[in-house]
Design a protein around this ligand. Sequence first.
Ligand code: CDV
Length: 328
Amino acid sequence: MTRIVTVGAAQLGPTGRHEPRSAVVKRMLEMMRAAKAAGCDLIVYPEVALTTFFPRWWMEDQAEIDSFFEREMPGPETLPLFEECLKLGIGMSFGYAELTEEEGRIRHFNTSILVDKKARIVGKYRKIHLPGHADNRSQFELQHLEKRYFETGNLGFGAWRTMGGVMGMCICNDRRWPETYRVLGLQGAELIMLGYNTPTNIPWEPIYDHLTDFHNHLCMQSGAYQNSTWVVGVAKAGLEEGSDFIGGSCIVAPSGEIVAMASTRADELITFRCDLDLARHNKETMFNFALNREPQAYGRIVEQKAAEPPAEEAQPIAEPLAGKQAAE
Ligand code: CDV
């Protein structure tokens, strides 16, 4: 038996600061129609798909900041995406900056949603691992101020049974953390969707700039393999307002192999027929969690945040060569 979900990863090229949402939505709709024509059941767009990636700029005017956020989903500008989903009978996932009133206050999240083939929002995720900084590092032309503009997501890592499988979401920096995939894996996730905006240069931490593409794939491939799940990673790519974003959007099989990858840094659709039953193999053998995990040994993962190296020098527990001279 096979359970095929044909997935389209809809990489977006750059979006300018003053480009209206309607222009971006038009591009997204074109890709959705192309995805449907290619037989897709589901189309996945990047993180903060509707606007430019604004956290690169230090801003103080709250109205200006809020202009990048969506107050309703769908709103008038995003409704056409939902209408097209319903018309075509295709699911979708995309990221956006969310402004909401909760617990009596205005809150800002970096959010993604999962929409089924009837255009119903069936899943929502708010980014948990927010990279960058909250302080003004004006010595850098381009900053990364997610810690200033967003709150840490408060919905946990959810998984949803929909469109014939168990699906999860995370966003960009989340993909670098094994905890993300494991929490989703523990809910049986068979397909994890994520969008990213990843610059080729991190001015305050350039040591690994030359390995940005490698690390992008490394973490998604290991997450897929170790949890036996499909991973769909979708970039906002290209030169956007001075930020040089990687592309490399890809679909990763539960084996950890990349089975489809974008070759440009512009709007580009890649597709793959993902057999969700492939995810079953390692879920039932090597990574059969019920049989092989040893949670009693993993306490530190949830009990501790920072690394705590041993305070003291190691003491010998045996000295088989006691009395012999060590080399200098
Ligand atoms: N949008 C992101 O989360 N970007 C980060 C960069 C800043 C390192 C990433 O993990 O790709």
